[in-house]
Design a protein around this ligand. Structure first.
Ligand SMILES: Cc1cc2nc3c(=O)[nH]c(=O)nc-3n(C[C@H](O)[C@H](O)[C@H](O)COP(=O)(O)OP(=O)(O)OC[C@H]3O[C@@H](n4cnc5c(N)ncnc54)[C@H](O)[C@@H]3O)c2cc1C
Length: 421
């Protein structure tokens, strides 16, 4: 059995690793260099405690208010493209409590194994991983109460860790690197984090070592199937494979379109700022609840990550959005200084309108599979996605755990009404 994996981000590389380990011959086709796109500068959180889909009740009115504030955590640029308008309409419909609740239940159920899947991956691949839980910190009690409510919902749905409120003294005792503005926190124990660049580098190194061919600078230009096999066209000649896994991040929809498959996928842009040898010292990742900015301490570095922009041009760095993240850091971190030399990065989270990933077979296309749309959980869920998808790819065994993430929840073949009710 030969499997072509298209896309060498964290999701594609982990899928390739899980499939190869089960005995298949695997080739990875990557348009650029592996691990350079969304999987590079993100916060690297393995965060079961953030398993709430983005289209949450109340998020649309909030986003409309924030449209007037260029520094806000969520910004929607009004774009008059029909596919964008359809996406926003579908996104809005998914904020209904029943849909949001069902999505969150599916995510919480899946993310509970994420840390264990990472630990298992770490036995085979070398990367930087830390397991000290996470602090949700706030300046005001209202924001903290809101976050606590969401975490209690996680607990009711099966969150496997401890969730504990810390008062001002306790939080500063735990994290002396936080500034005086922080008045309280919630400790969530079942969280971990990685340096994301080391994960993609570590998994790619492992793949090469076990003989997987990784073709970089090899963009896939087309896919065609005949007699049960797939021809994957690339600039350097292409590949024949029995099965194909599309893990091209936000570009996955473009790969599917020529096959008549419409995946309503959008790029949700975010930014990060990374500082080497930082004066800022934290023991564990910290989520600044009011600003929705994550702070990740790594070996010899620290990273701030945040903001979500829809309808924005990929790759462009908006100074005001970056200023919003810096202002959040300045408010929250004791040893902040305006002179620190942060490296700015931007990337696009692949987002579907219900905030859940699409993992599994592509309807109407035997032997073709997709793994994308992980939004804010792409790192968290990469190894778990790989473990659940690999048996489906190799044996055609449908996975019950993947039912909520099936592509069939969208009208991808355009044969009828979107299945949303
Ligand atoms: C600011 C920010 C912070 C984040 N923080 C976290 C976090 O803390 N935890 C978490 O879980 N997630 C986080 N995320 C989300 C996470 O980064 C993404 O969900 C994840 O990286 C997506 O991985 P991917 O492999 O699907 O996509 P990508 O990493 O984008 O990889 C897709 C790859 O496919 C390749 N490709 C595309 N088209 C083709 C083609 N035609 N042929 C060949 N190759 C192709 C691309 O070049 C790319 O390398 C964050 C995202 C952002 C922006």
């Amino acid at each position: 059995m030969k499997v072509a994996v298209v896309g060498g981000g964290v999701v594609g590389l982990c899928a390739a690793e899980a499939i190869q380990r089960r005995g298949a011959e695997v080739v990875v086709l990557e348009a650029d260099r592996c691990g350079r796109a969304a999987s590079a500068g993100n916060a690297g959180w393995i965060s079961p405690g953030l398993s709430n889909p983005l289209p949450a009740p109340g998020v649309v009115p909030q986003a409309l208010r924030w449209m007037l504030d260029p520094r806000s955590p969520l910004l929607i640029h009004p774009v008059m493209r029909p596919s964008f308008v359809r996406f926003l309409y579908s996104f809005w419909r998914n904020t209904r409590p029943a849909r949001y609740g069902a999505g969150m239940a599916a995510l919480v159920a899946t993310t509970q194994r994420a840390v264990a899947d990472f630990e298992s991956l770490a036995e085979r691949c070398r990367f930087e991983m830390h397991k000290e839980g996470m602090l949700f910190v706030a300046r005001g009690s209202r924001a903290l109460e809101g976050e606590h409510r969401v975490l209690r919902e996680h607990l009711e749905l099966g969150y496997a860790g401890e969730v504990r409120l810390l008062d001002r003294d306790e939080v500063h005792g735990e994290e002396p690197g936080l500034g005086d503005a922080i008045s309280g926190a919630i400790f969530a124990s079942a969280e971990a984090h990685v340096r994301p660049e080391t994960v993609t580098a570590g998994v790619a190194a492992r793949l090469r070592k076990v003989g997987v061919e990784i073709r970089e600078h090899s963009p896939v230009r087309g896919l065609a199937s005949s007699n049960g096999a797939w021809a994957v066209a690339t600039a350097d000649g292409g590949v024949e494979a029995d099965r194909v896994v599309l893990a091209g991040g936000v570009a996955t929809a473009r790969l599917l379109a020529p096959l008549g498959v419409r995946l309503p996928l959008l790029g949700a842009k975010g930014y990060s700022l990374t500082l080497d040898r930082p004066p800022i010292k934290l023991k564990r990742p910290v989520y600044l609840v009011e600003d929705k900015v994550g702070v990740s301490p790594y070996d010899g570095a620290v990273r701030l990550a945040g903001t979500l922009e829809l309808g924005s041009k990929p790759g462009q760095i908006h100074a005001k959005r970056v200023a919003g993240i810096r202002a959040a850091g300045a408010r929250a971190l004791r040893d902040w200084s305006p002179d620190l030399d942060w490296k700015t990065w931007t990337g696009e989270r692949p987002l579907l309108p219900d905030g859940l990933p699409a993992i599994g077979p592509v309807p109407g296309n035997d032997g073709l599979f997709v793994a994308t749309g992980h939004a804010m959980l792409g790192v968290t869920l990469a190894p778990t996605t790989a473990e659940l998808l690999a048996p489906a790819v190799l044996d055609g065994r449908p996975s019950l755990e993947l039912a909520a993430f099936s592509l069939a929840r969208f009208d991808v073949l355009g044969v009828g009404r979107n299945q949303e009710k």
